[in-house]
Ligand binder design. Structure first.
Ligand SMILES: Nc1ncnc2c1ncn2[C@@H]1O[C@H](COP(=O)(O)OP(=O)(O)OP(=O)(O)O)[C@@H](O)[C@H]1O
Ligand SMILES: [Mg+2]
Length: 236
């Protein structure tokens, strides 16, 4: 079956002596924000690392636009259009904002001026900080830089691992609005791992509940309005 931008089929993966993902499946369409929720340690970050190719799959398959990418290197997957914002954001603190963005453009293999302009259009507050060292910015600003850095790579699928973590509530709201704007205007698919209820309720087209390394339920936006249900799944 084709049609889905990203299709993950029964993948298994994990670490030496510790199986984490257990036959996990999901689909993501262009223009949609699919959230993944689940308690600490269920394997959300492992899922992200497996999708981008820094952890090998131990079974199952991953399709981007109908083509299997499960055997491709992380670099090749990035060139095919997977963008990644890791948990803890991971910007280079000693590099300036501009240099961080240039790192994000490396995979393009060209100057990427248009991509830089596009990313800065979503995050205009970065424009005045291009020469500032990333490590001197607030957590929320660094998170926005991390998203902009992924955007300059021109992704078709953007993977974000808990972008609200360590970010003050007003900036969490800003980031939610930016993600909605990015998904809609660029028509890219966003896979968003989150434990922040506001973020999930505000952004999710659908919400996958992860338990023990697999998706056990997919919630609709209607169901997400039931705070009790969401709380139970997030174990708050
Ligand atoms: N590098 C590693 N080596 C061995 N085991 C690991 C490694 N990284 C994670 N694990 C284990 O794999 C399981 C899943 O971890 P993972 O980081 O994917 O969970 P998570 O859902 O992202 O948790 P959190 O909500 O705390 O971010 C955990 O039991 C964890 O201890
Ligand atoms: Mg994690």
């Amino acid at each position: 079956m084709s049609g889905h931008l990203l299709r993950v089929e029964n993948i298994r993966s994990g670490y030496v002596g510790s199986k984490v993902l257990n036959e996990l499946s999901l689909t993501l369409d262009a223009g949609e924000i699919l959230t993944v929720i689940g308690r600490n340690g269920v394997g959300k970050t492992t899922l992200m690392r497996t999708l981008i190719g820094v952890l090998p799959t131990d079974g199952g398959d991953i399709f981007l636009d109908g083509h299997s990418i499960a055997q491709l290197s992380a670099d090749a997957r990035a060139r095919q259009g997977l963008g990644y914002v890791p948990q803890g954001r991971d910007v280079f603190p000693g590099l300036t904002v501009q240099e961080n963005l240039q790192v994000g453009m490396q995979k393009l293999g060209r100057a990427g001026t248009a991509e830089m302009e596009m990313a800065l259009k979503f995050f205009p507050m970065l424009v005045n900080k291009l020469k500032q060292k990333a490590g001197t910015m607030s957590g929320g600003e660094q998170q926005q830089l991390a998203i902009a850095r992924a955007l300059v790579g021109n992704p078709r699928v953007l993977l974000l691992d808990e972008p609200s973590e360590g970010v003050q509530p007003s900036i969490v709201q800003t980031i939610a609005e930016k993600l909605l704007e990015i998904a809609h205007t660029l028509n890219i698919g966003i896979l968003l791992v989150e434990q922040n209820m506001y973020m999930v309720e505000r952004t999710a087209s659908r919400c996958c509940v992860m338990e023990k390394g697999r998706i056990v339920e997919v919630l609709t936006p209607q169901q997400l309005k039931d705070d009790g249900l969401l709380r139970r799944h997030l174990a708050i």
